[in-house]
Design a binder for this molecule. Sequence first.
Ligand code: UT7
Length: 354
Amino acid sequence: MRPKTVTPAGIWGTGIYLPPRVLTNRDLEKMVDTSDEWILTRTGIRERRIAEEGQAASDLAVPAARQALAEAGVAAGELDLIIVATNSPDMLFPATACLVQHALGAVRAGAFDLQAGCTAFIYALACGAQFIATGTARWVLVIGTEVLSRLVNWQDRNTCVLFGDGAGAAVLGPVPEGYGILATRLGAEGAGAHLLSLPAGLSRHPASPETLAKGMHYIHMNGREVFKFAVKVMEEGFAEVLEAAGLSPEQVDFFIPHQANTRIIEAAAKRMNLPREKVWVNLDRYGNTSAATIPVALHEAVKAGRIKDGDRVALMAFGAGLTWGGMVLRWYDPRKENHIAREGEDGHYPHEAV
Ligand code: UT7
């Protein structure tokens, strides 16, 4: 049956979990041939979080999800769908989302993982919003979670200094007309797939003594080429998604970029004409947590009072694939008093009562 209307989807609550163990640049100096000065000036990273032994992606996802659900005022049992954006799932299958579904007791929810490199959270938000738009789902939990410390080669200074572990979650639900996701653009350049990959362990290169000896079960990256791609798509993708939303750069109140490198963020912000105070940067504290950077940064910016009801917020990310994605939302704060009730007496979605 075709939906009668398109229901706008927005974020009702967010949550994060960062493992407490801190690994500083100074600690890394003792592990590989690097320096605090090189890491800080080339990337902007000072320290990153590392999961405890035995902690997997779902273990980080669950506390982040619980916080997001509590903030949204949504019970786990009300969830219709759980999408976990990750490049470091607990295992290839079952999906990490199913493990999270069970841990939360979200018995009604469908659950699947989505892998799109560091852009995965934006892809997952876009995906969840479609289910809400068509009325197929009402409450969708989207989580970005990574334990990349298990996938990096701690002897490869080109990659091991960059990544960190963490999780961020968002509860998507129906919002009044004019709020929520205004525009989305998703892109991919598969021609650059070889530039960032974890080659072995699956059907192309099954795990073998040879793949192990060659370190093919670790992240491999051509940093310089990924950097060039990133600067290009951050600018072009931003222009595209703003055009789709019918906004000029000046109308963007806040910008949440993927946290991979401050030089990429600064170059992008400059080209987009966004002043520093409109941009959230936390990679000095967490490094690149891949699919988790956007939800963690979004949560922090909201908590810091930098994103308020009615603000136009742009999200931009890029990563393995190579993929990129941009999204513009008009922020909906469910606690703001002059919004209509979450559910009308007749059980309608909020926007239907507007
Ligand atoms: O989320 C998506 C994931 N990936 C990214 O976003 C990565 C995007 N790329 C980058 O952020 C940057 O390219 C890096 C930070 C990875 C590297 O910075 P760069 O300015 O592009 O450096 P480079 O790769 O061109 O390397 C410059 C030099 C090299 O030495 P030589 O060959 O010039 O003698 C590297 O061996 O820096 C060396 N180097 C290091 N030196 C000290 C590379 N890693 C390190 C290190 N410490 N950790």
